[in-house]
Design a protein around this ligand. Sequence first.
Ligand code: EPU
Length: 448
Amino acid sequence: MAEARPFHWEYRPEPVAREIFRIEGGRPLSGTVRVSGAKNAALKMLAAAVLTGERCRLTNMPEIEDVRVMAETLRDLGVVVDHPAPNVYEVAAGDVDWLFVPLEAAAKMRASFMLLGPLLTRFGRVIISNPGGDRIGRRPVNLHVDAMRALGARIEYRNGYYFAQAPGRLRGAMVTFPFVSVMGTENAMLAATLADGHTVIRPAAQEPEIDDLIAFLQAMGAEVERTAPDVIEVEGRRRLRGADHHVIADRIEAGTFVVAAAVTGGQLTLEGAPCEHLGAFLDVLGAVGVAVACGRDTIEVIGSPPAERAYRACDLVTAPYPGLATDLQPPTAVLLTQAAGESHIHEAIFEDRLEWLAELGRMGARVTIDDPHRATVSGPSRLHGAEVSIGDLRAGASLILAALAADGTTLIHGAHHVHRGYENIEGKFLDLGARIERLAEGSPVTSS
Ligand code: EPU
């Protein structure tokens, strides 16, 4: 049974247990690491499971904070969410008491907005907090809202909340986005599965996590298909059934470990690794000169030892899939600090994804932020330990990579952010020979 937990109707930011990573760098990593399930698939599976009253069983779910928050958000609505074993979640949304997703959830995680489509299409109404509200920074959701309106929903925005209603059922429609959005595509697709009639989503995002979500929906009895690379079509059904699904591997976590081997001059084998989803990233590795071999579901990386290093500078631009993932841009930037020459990074998706490079600079990287979307990295640099802090999980994981490659000790404040998206990251690095520990903020620590 779901555990009872106080439901906060008002927004009360919970005190976060702030943590620090303490890392002694300069040791090549070696060994084998298993890649966990993909965060950005797992979160959507939990949302999709409320499309049916029957029980859904999800395996290979990553044990991360964001999944825990999504599960807790569902429990607050009255959905039964069981966690019978590590990496396994079961969801039974027979009874949903509250069609309300509070700011408490939205403030913790933007992906809470993924509940809009499923709750609206199944129950005909929902009140959901805007994760783009002024209170927590600019994160637009206009594409999601427009997609629901195209499907016939009436949506009003008041006091930070969207009040969404679907008189009768949503109805199938053409959903046309002005540009590609991952969660916009997913929300539209989930809503369309129970709508009356045929929906065409265009341009649909092409991320592998979306195809994994399509596979889960098909197992639930939904009629949904990618009919062209950037088109998803859905024929609405009256009801869906429970299903089992095994979540795909996390390509971003895999890329993070590949860079760990490359920058420490180590040798790693990644198991359960999704080589086929890493095409653009593997192209960058090839250009930089990192030796990578893809097996059936393994990736082997042989990093070049620092003394003999011959990595080459490379220009990169992030793009929607199949382009280079914006989530892999920060780890790749760490790799470029070890490459000879000037590398240019163009972060084309997000505006706030380069600021963390200032922290990398404190570790000896030569980086200039040219504008909110562009940076230049000059290398190679000998990184050294420093005291740095992180504000989001991808930057956090990347500072860990830099610290593993650096001489001396690094203290990374804000370590708890990393646990939002990486399962047991320090345990995995410890098994590969890293010297990393996680400490509560305020513990006696020393930096060198
Ligand atoms: N955008 C709008 N309006 C919208 C939605 C998006 O203007 O209604 C803009 C965004 O501001 C951005 C662009 O569209 O500039 C593309 O954003 P997208 O909607 O594709 O991103 P997302 O769905 O919010 C997901 C991942 C992100 C990942 C991006 C891009 C999840 C939970 N999040 O976000 O993952 O970076 O796609 O691939 O799936 C992460 O895991 O660290 C992470 C941030």
